[in-house]
Design a protein around this ligand. Structure first.
Ligand SMILES: [Zn+2]
Length: 255
């Protein structure tokens, strides 16, 4: 059979061109794939750098917060004196089964935890149901060399409607500023009326060498207070502890 020579075969030439085109097309696709792969790799690297930057920034932020957290209480030495104890029950609310010595210890423990979380060192005059005299309390406080002494109490009245918060001080110069600051923490935070601080001749206040005050936080004998304190959640006790902490912070913040 007659055949044209290969080079002059038009179809062959077209085929040849098409093949060349197809080959170069594949190459182009290959190049594009190559470059899109490296673009993706760069994007990943940039994203990783960005994420690393964010993580580092948030870690720095957390570090700063951790440093800020202790604030004004950092390094402060505070005596927390849970009022009454042992054979001295203090006031009581029979209707709600509340006894002052237990409630003051509950609030004092919460206050201790809050103060320590803010960097303070806390000395408790009692951690259990021990009986302490006033001289036991101030002698212990004086041995610690603490900056302040906060005595935690609850008030009592024969009137179940009576309820307000107040703070007692011993010596005007030594204790008054602490009493005022504590009351500013308690009121209006506790949502009950306040009575301005007044002086009270207690050995705990008069014989302690550091600023000292007795916080008569709430009336344990109040019906409304009895309901709150005995609801089993500990929310009212926590609120009282937080209000005391706010007052203590206010005291140390004031020059
Ligand atoms: Zn008391």
């Amino acid at each position: 059979m007659f055949r044209l020579p290969e080079y002059s075969y038009p179809c062959g030439a077209r085929l040849c061109l098409w093949r060349r085109y197809a080959r170069s097309g594949r190459q182009r696709e290959g190049d594009e794939m190559q470059s899109s792969r490296s673009m993706r790799a760069w994007a990943l690297v940039m994203f990783a750098v960005f994420v690393a930057f964010l993580l580092a920034a948030s870690a720095l932020d957390r570090g700063a917060e951790a440093q800020e957290a202790p604030g004004v209480l950092a390094g402060k030495k505070i005596v927390v004196d849970a009022g009454h104890g042992g054979g001295d029950a203090g006031a009581a609310n029979a209707r709600y089964g509340l006894v002052e010595k237990d409630q003051t210890l509950d609030v004092s423990r919460r206050l201790k935890a809050l103060l320590e979380a803010s960097g303070a060192t806390v000395y408790m005059t009692r951690t259990g149901d021990g009986t302490l005299s006033n001289s036991d309390r101030y002698a212990y406080a004086n041995r610690t060399g603490a900056d302040i002494l906060v005595s935690v109490h609850m008030n009592g009245s024969s009137d179940p409607a009576a309820n307000y918060t107040t703070v007692l001080f011993g010596k005007w110069r030594k204790d008054k500023a602490l009493a005022v600051a504590l009351l500013d923490g308690l009121h209006p935070a506790l949502g009950i009326p306040r009575r301005d601080p007044y002086s009270f001749a207690s050995g705990v206040l008069l014989k302690s060498e550091m600023p000292a005050a007795i916080a008569e936080t709430v009336f344990i004998t109040s019906d409304a207070e009895g309901r709150l304190l005995s609801d089993g959640t500990g929310a009212r006790q926590q609120q009282i502890a937080e209000a005391l902490k706010t007052g203590i912070e206010g005291y140390f913040r004031t020059p």
